[in-house]
Design a protein around this ligand. Structure first.
Ligand SMILES: [Zn+2]
Length: 231
């Protein structure tokens, strides 16, 4: 134990790492985020409350079992900065790290127990090529491992190339994602309850479009999780 601590400290001296949120130097026992930032990030605690504000917001648009998000999303806050790095600067490791954190959170929750599979919100293939990966899939991979359920990424697909929703107003978003998704392969008949995963939930327009496509084409029940949400 002491021996590995010494090796880690030595590796740290040679290859100093910095916190992805505040850029301060990381100690060998810290992964990606310094302890201070870990404690200060605005966690929602929604996984411990069935009728939480995100659940109530999404329920206005489609039927769902449970909803949770790890953090509150504030413009220009540390969560927004990390997610920006993850999505637009090819920092998939940030998404894997936060996805694992989300997984541990869901394992503490009494509401995400009876799931049969995980569906990441799909990206249009051309956007996936440009970005290098689908960010929702990067988050969903560690979740699938921790919850020990399959990742389903060949059933739901994005058929319409939508504009970046961050740049258009509230009403236009709903119109933009309308009919953006379709089923490419039917879901296995044995699946009763699926977890739909996205990076950030703002208006809920994208999730609503995905959920409507899934609910129209199968008998499944849906639950939702994301790294962050704006209410
Ligand atoms: Zn920090």
């Amino acid at each position: 134990m002491l021996y590995s601590k010494a090796i880690n400290s030595f590796v740290d001296l040679l290859f100093p790492r910095s916190c992805i949120s505040c850029s301060s130097h990381l100690d060998f026992y810290e992964k990606m985020l310094c302890l201070n930032c870990q404690l200060e990030l605005p966690q929602t605690g929604f996984h411990l409350e069935k009728e939480n504000p995100l659940y109530k917001k999404l329920l206005l648009n489609f039927p769902l079992e449970n909803a949770a998000a790890l953090f509150r999303f504030q413009k220009e806050g540390s969560v927004a900065r990390m997610i920006h790095q993850f999505k637009y600067n090819r920092q998939a490791k940030i998404g894997r790290y936060l996805g694992k954190w989300l997984g541990y959170t869901l394992m503490e929750s009494p509401y995400f127990k009876s799931l049969d599979g995980i569906i990441p919100v799909p990206l249009h293939p051309s956007k996936k090529r440009t970005r290098g990966y689908n960010q929702a899939e990067i988050i969903a991979e560690p979740l699938a491992k921790q919850l020990q359920i399959p990742l389903i990424n060949k059933s739901l697909m994005r058929v319409k190339k939508t504009k970046s929703l961050a740049r258009i107003d509230h009403d236009a978003r709903w119109k933009e994602v309308d009919e953006a998704f379709a089923m490419k392969q039917p879901l296995p008949k044995s699946f009763e309850h699926l977890l739909l995963v996205d990076d950030v939930i703002t208006t809920g327009a994208t999730l609503n479009a995905c959920a409507c496509t899934l609910l129209k084409n199968s008998q499944v029940k849906l639950s939702i999780v994301s790294l962050a949400c704006r209410l």
